[in-house]
Design a protein around this ligand. Structure first.
Ligand code: SF4
Ligand code: SF4
Length: 436
């Protein structure tokens, strides 16, 4: 069964959330939606994988389609990536694929957005694609399904290294290598002081730590000079963000008017969530409920707000508050697309200007780099669900692709395999270190 093969190979969603693919493979739906929309600024690894490995992606897609009994595959690709699209079409032998050509907007790869564009269906508020007969998978996940079919466990991750680096590029990085090594493979940083956005400027995380490691969900590393506008914004503390928001928000509601989820018809209203900042003693629960359906795309904070405030972070906080309080927002009004939705889309070029990263927008061409690290640090939680537990001990000898961490089949999660042969030099609650 495909599901068993995917679990054994440790295939997780490569698009970011790391949802175990074997769980999705057990669904029974009408459409498989393949997500090649990639919309994080400066990262182009999905365009590269589609251009260079179309046969593998289509092989994985067909296996997933057959497993979930889908009638059709809806394959989303941006029209601007015409070389990727042509490569896919040339390699395609299936009559069951519909190509869904997408404009270059942010965030056209959002699951809700893509399902709507591909099928015309709106996922119920707070629901998942399954509710409207869809399973959504990223293109790299489809490549990895093909790997699993060939009996190869997932031990490498396709990443783009971009921004202030000498040679922006896309390559397969062994899982567990450090950011320092990945940056060196892209020719090194071009500025002395820099910060790293991991997996995206909009929805990724930020770190200064060069010794953090690549996981099965790392989409890329974007280096920006330490004094860059985005780093200054990102490194503010939450109390600072709240203080500024409380005094400067004039309730213009641009954050809501540009919110992609609001425009699709979901009751997300970040300007109302901003009001919660003024209710620190009591009453914030009322305003926080308008955050519950936010997908943290970051558009309100990084694009819409004319005052450079932090409505996305207020929503993140609001969602946490609701979780702790055991509250769930129920949307009463029907999900109905806003009449202005098409006119309020945010072109990627416009977004890059607003983020002040236009000078870093370059191709990240695929390079066939064969990197053999001396050491890897394999995180035990590289996926949604529970962390895996080590099945090896310090001092054990392991060989490339060997299983090193697993969890009971009934638990949501995925096993971990080593990309290198060597000796286990450390096992902690967080990771396994293997030295070649
Ligand atoms: S866009 Fe900015 S100023 Fe306007 S309501 Fe939203 S947070 Fe407040
Ligand atoms: S981050 Fe902002 S723009 Fe994005 S979904 Fe949440 S509220 Fe809407």
């Amino acid at each position: 069964m495909l599901s068993d093969q995917l679990r054994s190979a440790g295939v997780v969603g490569a698009g970011g959330a790391g949802f175990p693919a074997h769980v999705k493979a057990k669904s029974s739906v009408e459409f498989l939606v393949v997500n090649g929309a990639e919309c994080e600024p400066l990262i182009h690894k999905d365009a590269e994988i589609m251009r260079h490995f179309p046969g593998e992606i289509l092989g994985g897609s067909e296996a997933m389609r057959a497993a979930i009994g889908a009638e059709r595959v809806k394959f989303g690709v941006k029209t601007k990536n015409h070389e990727s699209l042509e490569a896919l079409k040339a390699a395609c032998q299936s009559a069951l694929i519909d190509w869904v050509e997408l404009g270059d907007f942010y965030p056209s790869g959002d699951e809700y957005e893509l399902v709507y564009t591909a099928t015309g269906r709106l996922i119920p508020a707070g629901g998942i694609p399954l509710a409207v007969g869809c399973v959504v998978n990223n293109v790299e996940t489809m490549f990895n399904v093909n790997e699993a079919l060939a009996g190869r466990p997932i031990t490498r991750k396709l990443i783009s290294v971009a921004g202030a680096v000498a040679r922006p590029c896309t390559f397969w990085a062994p899982v567990g290598i450090t950011f320092r090594e990945a940056i060196e493979l892209a020719g090194g940083a071009t500025v002395p002081q820099f910060g790293i956005f991991v997996s995206g400027l909009m929805m990724g995380t930020f770190t200064w730590d060069l010794d953090d490691v690549i996981t099965k969900t790392t989409a890329g590393l974007i280096l920006l000079p330490a004094d860059h506008y985005l780093i200054t914004r990102r490194t503010r503390t939450q109390p600072e963000m709240n203080r500024i928001g409380k005094s400067a928000c004039d309730q213009c509601s641009y954050c809501t008017e540009f919110c992609p989820r609001y425009l699709l018809g979901y009751d997300v209203q970040p300007h109302k969530v901003m009001r919660s900042l003024g209710f620190t003693a009591t009453g914030e629960a009322h305003w926080n409920q308008w955050a519950d359906l936010c997908c943290s795309c970051g558009l309100c904070t990084l694009y819409a707000c004319p005052e450079d405030l932090y409505p996305k972070e207020a929503c993140d906080d609001g969602k946490k508050y609701l979780r702790v309080a055991g509250m769930k927002f129920e949307q009463v009004k029907p999900v109905q697309v806003h009449p202005m939705k098409e006119y309020r889309r945010v072109p990627s070029a416009q977004l890059r200007k607003r983020l002040k990263v236009d000078e870093f927008e370059r191709e990240t061409p695929y390079e066939d780099i064969l990197y053999g690290p001396n050491k890897v640090r394999l995180k035990l939680k590289q996926h949604a669900g529970k962390p895996a537990s080590a099945v090896v001990a310090r001092g054990d000898r392991v060989r490339e692709s060997q299983l090193v961490a697993d969890l009971p089949p009934a638990d949501l999660g995925c096993p971990v395999h080593t990309p290198v042969s060597g000796t286990v030099t450390a096992v902690t609650p967080d990771h396994i270190e293997i030295t070649h």
